[in-house]
Design a protein around this ligand. Structure first.
Ligand code: ZN
Ligand code: ZN
Length: 357
């Protein structure tokens, strides 16, 4: 990853934001511009690049030496706000941006008190840079999805009568770890029968019985990048109603995928898929947005939902995940991850979408 190039791009944006420097404190953004993977790190990026500084604490002295070799580092400042104030003075900046989603009120007070600089709130500037993935990022996202596909294949034999949602979720985690995952993208959702009516069901003691619908939403973490996939299958012969709903959701997903291309708004992509479900009379049963970006965070921009003005750029990686949920009965969601291209979208997800395995 070319972190220096990312910092240069960020520096070039700062004059437009009318700040002389940006204090980066949201960890995914710190990782994006520095390469640091630890749990405590901050970066000061100036418009000229002079005075750029990386800060962490003593636990990460050695790690940051390897991960952030190309920046001035202070691995163990005694007093963080005082050290940042000193960095502002060293860089000669008097108007500094901070990330609105990354600075607490307490830190803002301390920085204001100790530095005397004008602190200016800046929105999702680095998040916007992160929308468009570079080739190395696509490769890692592809790797995360390949592990996810493989894990799903591996757990087919674990779907036996009487297994609980919790145990199947554990099998899924084990399979992902064995296939090379460094962790889980998020807590796996495994929902049997009526529990599939909850879009984000937490796996519990419900056991698997013949004819149950089974909804999986899960993903592997690989190289810091997230995978996100939902499949809904049936264990044994399902109720005919589920065949109907599954076909409907699959058709809605195809419509959504077909709508995804560079230049389209998140709103239009959402509408293309949602219309299929609305036309079938299930508008109220599709209770969430169509999709979201995926990368260093499981949910990031651009968003595909009814109110989204986000314009999808080529190189963005997004999910398309319509669902229909029937309280007390069950539900179906199908989710793939796609790379946005000029003329359409290329799927990273390769797992088949059949209802019955
Ligand atoms: Zn998902
Ligand atoms: Zn998702």
């Amino acid at each position: 990853m070319d972190h220096q190039l990312r910092r240069t791009k960020l520096s070039a944006r700062l004059p437009e934001l009318e700040v002389e420097a940006l204090l980066v404190t949201r960890l995914p953004n710190v990782r994006y511009v520095t390469g640091f993977t630890g749990s405590n790190g901050q970066a000061l990026i100036t418009s000229s690049g002079e005075g750029n500084l990386f800060l962490t604490d003593g636990r990460y002295t050695e790690q940051s030496r390897h991960e952030v070799p190309d920046m001035e580092r202070d691995p163990s400042p005694a007093d963080f706000p005082a050290r940042i104030a000193e960095a502002f003075r060293d860089a000669g900046v008097s108007r500094v941006g901070f990330e609105t989603a990354g600075v607490t009120y307490k830190l803002w007070q301390q920085l204001t008190e100790k530095s005397g600089v004008e602190l200016v709130p800046v929105g999702d500037e680095i998040e916007r840079l992160r929308w468009i993935k570079d080739p190395e990022e696509i490769e890692l996202l592809n790797g995360a999805q390949a592990i996810t596909d493989e894990a799903f294949e591996r757990i087919q034999t674990k779907m036996v009568e009487g297994i609980s949602e919790r145990d199947l979720a554990l099998e899924l985690e084990w399979a992902m770890r064995q296939a090379g995952a460094e962790g889980l993208s998020f807590d796996s959702i495994v929902a049997f029968g009526e529990n599939a009516a909850e879009p984000h069901h937490h796996p519990a003691d419900r056991t698997l019985g013949s004819g149950d619908v089974v909804k999986f939403d899960f993903g592997a973490l690989f190289g810091g990048y997230h995978a996100d996939m939902t499949r809904t299958v049936a264990f044994g012969e399902p109720d005919p109603k589920f065949r109907e709903i599954h076909e409907l959701v699959a058709a809605a997903q195809r419509a959504g995928i077909e709508a995804v291309r560079a230049g389209v708004t998140g709103r239009d992509a959402d509408a293309a898929s949602r219309k299929v479900i609305e036309d079938a009379g299930y508008a109220d049963a599709f209770s969430h947005s169509l999709g979201h970006g995926v990368g260093l965070e499981i949910h990031e921009g651009p968003t595909l939902r009814t109110q989204s003005d986000d314009v999808l750029p080529a190189g963005a990686v997004v999910t398309v995940e319509p669902g229909v949920y029937l309280p007390g009965i069950g539900g179906v969601r199908i989710e793939d991850t796609l790379v946005v291209g000029a003329n359409g979208a290329e799927p990273l997800t390769l797992t088949p979408k059949d209802l019955v395995l």
